[in-house]
Write a protein that binds this ligand. Structure first.
Ligand SMILES: Nc1nc2c(ncn2[C@@H]2O[C@H](COP(=O)(O)OP(=O)(O)OP(=O)(O)O)[C@@H](O)[C@H]2O)c(=O)[nH]1
Ligand SMILES: [Mg+2]
Length: 335
């Protein structure tokens, strides 16, 4: 599981896995503490909903009602019925057998069990060693594709010192190109656009061509989230992917799927549909700041079999973070 940007991005440089600070980094422990504090703040809605119940249950007399109430609270936070049932059953067992005793120990154990559930779908890394690495971003309209691309481009530049080219392959909506162009300006990277209604595949093609010509490190391709019908959307997504794959061997190296955390189980169903159309390497779970149902971050990897790699916790450039299950569970449940 990734803890920091240097853990997420495999760049093939010496910094991989080590803690060599990026160009704009603060001292390490201080920076991590600051990031954890911000994450807790961003998750306030879910955290408030959960911590009250966890305290009212695990720190009180343990009986049947304890476990029922705890289950209910986790399900309300969208942790998912299966994951919740397993985790609470295990915790109850460990509490009854005397393995784990006391509110604090139980709470810590709950964090560990939830984190464990969320970590099974594979490492949250993004391999950036290909030159250029092509990242395709897909997802239902409004889930945060364009915003995520802007934030990601900014992080790649600022934290990793990489050059990025954006491809505005969402040609369905005229405003989509403008929106991505604004992000390109903020992230200080180049953007390749097509005329409104242009073939999305041709825009992706041109972005990669441009990236290669420029010797760019990363090309990120935005895609449409809505067409006239869902079938058309899926067909187009598959087509863009084929164009990309034909043009550059190994591409797209990473396909990220954005899922809006506020849409809960419905978002999960949509994600499943997308992942049946194109192979998805990672989930970007967005809008965790605006929901009391952030527990979905801990269940989604297990439900889909795809790791959550990044989380969106706001609308600003810096509001994209690597997902770390342990850190996330701790931020939700720790006092
Ligand atoms: N609070 C919050 N808002 C977000 C986050 N990510 C995206 N948004 C907002 O969600 C809205 C939709 O985001 P977009 O990036 O336009 O979504 P999209 O998937 O590109 O949408 P389409 O292009 O219509 O398919 C915007 O208002 C964003 O500011 C997040 O992590 N937190
Ligand atoms: Mg968009």
């Amino acid at each position: 599981m990734a803890r920091d940007w240097d853990d997420v991005f495999l760049t093939g440089r010496a910094a991989d896995g080590a803690a060599e600070p990026g160009p704009a980094a603060e001292p390490e422990p201080q920076r991590r503490r600051g990031m954890f504090r911000r994450l807790r703040e961003n998750l306030t809605k879910t955290r408030q909903a959960l911590t009250a119940e966890v305290h009212a249950t695990l720190f009180d007399t343990l009986d049947d009602e304890t476990w029922e109430r705890l289950e209910e609270a986790l399900i309300m936070a969208d942790v998912g019925a299966r994951t919740t049932a397993e985790v609470v059953e295990r915790l109850e067992h460990e509490a009854t057998s005397g393995e784990v005793e006391g509110g604090e120990a139980l709470q810590a154990r709950l964090v560990a069990l939830l984190a464990q559930e969320a970590s099974g779908a594979g490492p949250g890394t993004i391999d950036l060693r290909a030159r250029p690495t092509v990242i395709m971003v897909a997802g239902v309209n409004g889930t945060g594709k364009t915003t995520t691309i802007g934030k990601l481009a900014w992080h790649l530049r600022r934290e990793q010192g990489l050059t990025v080219v954006l491809g505005a392959a969402d040609t369905f909506r005229a405003a989509a190109v403008e929106q991505l162009a604004e992000w390109a300006r903020r992230a200080e990277c180049e953007i390749v656009t097509g005329a409104p209604g242009a073939d999305p595949g041709s825009v992706a093609f041109e972005a990669i061509r441009r990236g290669r010509e420029q010797g760019a490190d990363v090309v990120i391709v935005d895609t449409a989230g809505r067409l006239h019908t869902q079938d058309e959307l899926m067909a187009e997504l598959a087509k863009v992917r084929r164009v990309v794959a034909k043009q550059l061997e190994g591409a797209p190296h990473e396909t990220l799927l954005t899922v809006d955390a506020t849409t809960g189980q419905n978002g999960l169903r949509q994600a499943r549909l997308f992942s049946q159309t194109v192979p998805v390497d990672g989930i970007v779970l967005t809008k965790l700041d605006g929901t009391a149902k952030g527990g979905i971050a801990l269940a989604i990897a297990r439900e889909l079999g795809i790791p959550v790699k990044l989380i969106g916790v706001g609308e600003q450039l810096e509001d994209l973070r690597p997902f770390d299950a342990q850190e996330f569970a701790a931020a939700l449940l720790a006092p």
